[in-house]
Design a protein around this ligand. Structure first.
Ligand code: SF4
Length: 209
């Protein structure tokens, strides 16, 4: 990669942008809230059920000026969701500073596998077994979202919940391709363990991005 572009990426002034779009947050605590989504390319976590595998190779996604992403975001609403890929593979300081300067709330969806950068109004931590979160993020997570693909994931969920702070909201979300099988189990689990809530990928039911 061109050295100058690499320099700007390292500073967070450019990001490998996969897509950006205005939609409704479909999952988790802020379900139903209008938000501008910024999907950054690059992920090496390797979940076999990942529904955005095309995000994995950062080289496929053009290095884009962060200023232009902020300019686009501000046309829409007061909430931005940064997702991926794994957005914390990149320096998020510049993006979040400029969004917050415009009074735009910054939300992130992350596996937590990389160092936390950026200033966030809401951190949704979604740990993955293949590459566990770094310890620092458990204290800061506002929301823990565990994707349930099979029964073993309930045990994983409890192990992860034991590490987060007391205010963190706990969600179990069926993995989409297995949701018919796992949703009834999650319903039972939440009724027996009411510290958990169910998160559904409502955007997929609504057929929106
Ligand atoms: S962490 Fe997210 S983007 Fe990366 S492989 Fe897993 S589900 Fe896909």
């Amino acid at each position: 990669m061109d050295k100058r572009i690499q320099f700007l990426i390292d500073k967070g002034e450019m990001l490998p942008l996969m897509e950006e779009f205005y939609t409704i947050q479909g999952e988790g605590y802020h379900t139903g809230t209008a938000a501008y989504f910024i999907r950054v390319g690059g992920c090496d976590v390797g979940c076999h059920w990942c529904d955005v595998k095309e995000s994995w190779d950062a080289e496929l996604h053009p290095a884009t000026a962060t200023d232009s992403i902020v300019e686009n975001a501000k046309k829409y609403c007061d909430t931005v969701v940064v997702t991926g890929g794994e957005p914390l593979m990149w320096n998020m300081n510049y993006l979040t500073k400029h969004l917050q300067f415009l009074n735009i709330k910054t939300h992130i969806e992350t596996s937590g596998a990389y160092t936390l950068t950026g200033q966030w109004n809401w951190i949704c931590l979604s740990p993955k077994k293949n590459k566990l979160p770094l310890l620092e993020i458990y204290e800061k997570a506002n929301e823990l979202k565990i994707i349930v693909y099979n029964k073993n994931d309930f045990k994983f969920a409890e192990e992860q919940a034991a590490k987060v702070n007391n205010n963190c909201v706990l969600f179990l979300q069926p993995e989409w391709s297995n949701q018919k099988k796992m949703t009834p189990l999650i319903v039972d689990y939440v009724m027996n363990n009411p510290q958990w809530k169910i998160s559904l990928q409502t955007h997929k039911y609504l057929n929106i991005p």
